[in-house]
Design a protein around this ligand. Structure first.
Ligand SMILES: [Fe+2]
Length: 287
C-alpha cells in the first residue's frame, strides 16, 4: 500500500487544517458545515476516498489523547458517527482479550469473538448486520503488536471483476439474498434478516460480507444455504484470500486508515500478544 505517498500533499493540507482547528477551539468535536475544513481540505479528502476507496494518514503525534482527538475531528468532518452495538457506543477501542485468548487458545467460538482475539484472516466489511452498512470505517492505531497485526484491504470491485472472469456462474449466486445475523445489536424477532452480498445501488457496486454472521444466521434458522450457495460462499472466501488482490499495511501508532466500507473489505494478519501494552485500534463507523 502506498496511498500515503500518492496523496501526501492533500493529506498534509488536511492534517494541518484539523490541527489548526484543534488549536483555535478548545474542544473541536463538531465541525460546522461551512468551516474551513469543509470547504478546503475536506473536499480533497473526499475526492481521494471516492477515487481510491481508502487512504492512510499519519497524524504526526504519539500522544493518545491527541490521536483520539484528531481521529474524532476527522470522523466528524467526513460524516456522522453511528452506534456499533446495542449500548450505543460510537467510538470503540479494539484490543485483544488476553484472558480469553489464554483460556480458549487460537480459535473463535461463542466465548471469544474475532475482535477480542489475535487471529488474522476472515476479511469482511464492517456492520453487515445493519440495514444500512456504514459508509466509512475509520481505524486509528494507538498501539500495534510487535509481530503481525498488518491491516489487509481488498476491493470488492476487484473481487467482482475476478469472479466475473474466472467463474461467472458463481457470481449470480452472490447477488442472491443470504441470511445474516444482527450480532451485537438486537435479540428480538428481527435478529435474522436477508441481504445480498453484492448489489448494485444506483448502478454502483456495493459489498456486504462477514462469513461468520452468515453461517451463524443459518444455524439459528436451523437450515443451510443451498449447495450452490455454499459453493459460492466458499469460492468468495477463496478470492478474499488471494494475495494478488490484497493490499497490506502495518499501521504504526498515530496512523489512521479511512476506508469506503461500502466496497472495501478488511481484515488483519494474526498478531502476537504483547508482554505489556496490547494492540489497540480506535474504530469509528460513519454514515
Ligand atoms: Fe472489521
Amino acid at each position: 500500500m502506498n496511498k500515503k505517498s500518492d496523496y501526501k500533499n492533500e493529506l498534509k493540507i488536511f492534517l494541518n487544517e484539523i490541527k489548526k482547528f484543534n488549536k483555535e477551539k478548545n474542544k473541536p468535536l463538531k465541525i460546522k458545515k461551512n468551516s474551513k475544513i469543509k470547504n478546503l481540505a475536506l473536499k480533497n479528502l473526499k475526492k481521494i476516498l471516492k477515487k481510491e476507496n481508502y487512504f492512510i494518514i499519519n497524524l504526526k503525534t504519539k500522544i493518545d489523547k491527541e490521536i483520539r482527538e484528531l481521529t474524532d475531528i476527522t470522523a466528524n468532518a467526513l460524516g456522522s458517527k453511528i452506534s456499533q452495538n446495542k449500548k450505543g457506543e460510537k467510538t470503540i477501542t479494539v484490543t485483544p482479550n488476553v484472558k480469553l485468548i489464554k483460556n480458549y487458545g487460537s480459535r473463535i467460538n461463542n466465548e471469544i469473538r474475532y475482535h477480542q482475539s489475535n487471529l488474522g484472516g476472515s476479511l469482511h466489511t464492517d456492520g453487515p448486520q445493519l440495514n444500512q452498512t456504514p459508509n466509512i470505517l475509520i481505524m486509528t492505531c494507538l498501539n500495534n503488536s510487535s509481530k503481525g497485526g498488518d491491516s489487509v484491504l481488498i476491493n470488492g470491485k476487484d473481487i467482482y471483476n475476478y469472479i466475473k472472469k474466472d467463474n461467472p456462474k458463481i457470481l449470480k449466486n452472490l447477488f442472491k439474498k443470504f441470511y445474516f445475523e444482527r450480532r451485537g445489536f438486537t435479540l428480538n424477532s428481527n435478529y435474522i434478516f436477508k441481504s445480498q452480498i453484492f448489489k448494485f445501488k444506483k448502478r454502483k457496486l456495493e459489498f456486504r460480507y462477514l462469513r461468520e454472521y452468515i453461517d451463524n444466521a443459518y444455524k439459528q434458522k436451523n437450515t443451510t444455504p443451498s449447495k450452490i450457495e455454499k459453493k459460492a460462499l466458499d469460492y468468495l472466501d477463496k478470492c478474499l484470500r488471494l494475495k494478488s488482490l490484497q493490499k497490506k499495511y502495518k499501521l504504526s501508532k498515530g496512523e489512521m486508515v479511512v476506508i469506503n466500507n461500502k466496497i472495501m473489505a478488511h481484515g488483519r494478519t494474526t498478531f502476537s500478544v504483547n508482554k505489556g501494552n496490547q494492540r489497540k485500534i480506535i474504530r469509528i463507523w460513519l454514515k
